[in-house]
Design a protein around this ligand. Structure first.
Ligand code: ADP
Length: 274
């Protein structure tokens, strides 16, 4: 891979020179500083700001457009279209709210890491059922089944609100992509002393070239579909940061036509101090 260096050159002072005193050439010393990582971070920051601006502009443009339409309808006395414009303004304002909240979460996770976690012993069945219940309306509307399993001995000493957020984001995606008549399964297991969460759907799947970039901020396989269904493109980046803040890691397995499985491994599944 190409690397970037910053080079600083300085002449060597005469008094240090012993052998080369007779020469009229000035010897110099050069210091090469590897700034590859610095440049990469700078590029990522610039891209991130560009992405955030773009994401904010989309709902803002809609709010502006529908507000203008609302005003014109009011002036012209067209009362029947007021409801539609108001509903659109509300939807886009909500979208902005979700985006800002996701951005705040991400920045807090990136700066605070483990120090910010309020760890406690979690009741995995109760916690998962709560998230599943909160999404029940979507499940009924889209007509698929959800299965929940907590293996005996699976324990987690973690931040309740953060783990809930992991479940909300993973289940939110699974519910968004699950096809009618299929099953979404959520499983907490214990493997090599790790507490493993698996969220599996039988939706359309993701083709392999996208998989390595899926946890990047704002990376989307189908940007229009994601935006239209209220996605911010930050959900999986937040999941990754939360799991990493707990000392764990995330992965995804998927292929077109056979659904997607997200796996989160949290360390110390059976030996945590309670
Ligand atoms: P979004 O808010 O767009 O859902 P995420 O970070 O949660 O953002 O997900 C990133 C992208 O990964 C989504 O836009 C979607 O293209 C893809 N994706 C995530 N989960 C699934 C899934 N269960 N099935 C198919 N594609 C998915």
């Amino acid at each position: 891979r190409p690397r970037s260096f910053r080079l600083r050159i300085a002449p060597i002072q005469k008094k240090i020179l012993i052998e080369q005193e007779a020469s009229d050439r000035v010897p110099v010393v050069g210091i090469f500083l590897d700034v590859t990582e610095l440049k990469r971070a700078e590029r990522m920051r610039i891209d991130f700001v560009a992405n955030v601006s773009h994401e904010l502009r989309t709902p803002l443009t809609s709010i502006r457009g529908f507000s203008e339409a609302l005003l014109e309808d009011l002036k012209a006395g067209r009362m029947d279209s007021l409801e539609r414009s108001s509903a659109k303004i509300l939807t886009n304002a909500d979208r902005l709210g979700v985006l800002v909240q996701d951005l705040l979460d991400l920045s807090q996770l990136e700066s605070g890491r483990e120090r910010e976690l309020n760890r406690e012993r979690l009741d995995l069945a109760v916690l998962t059922r709560r998230v599943v219940n909160s999404l029940e309306g979507v499940r009924v509307q889209r007509n698929f089944k959800v299965e929940l399993e907590v293996e005996d001995g699976a324990k987690l000493y973690a931040d309740l609100a953060r783990v809930e957020q992991v479940l909300e984001n993973l289940l939110g995606n699974a519910y968004r992509y699950a096809t009618s008549g299929t099953i979404v399964s959520v499983r907490w297991g214990l493997e090599d002393d790790q507490c493993i969460l698996q969220v599996k759907d039988q939706g359309p799947g993701i083709s392999p070239e996208h998989l390595s970039r899926l946890f990047e901020r704002f990376y989307r396989v189908d940007p229009d579909r994601s935006r239209n269904s209220g996605g911010t493109g930050l959900g999986l980046a937040i999941v990754k940061h939360i799991v990493q803040a707990h000392g764990g890691h995330v992965s995804v397995e998927s292929s077109l036509g056979s659904g997607t499985t997200f796996t989160c491994c949290f360390p110390g599944g059976s030996q945590q101090e309670f």
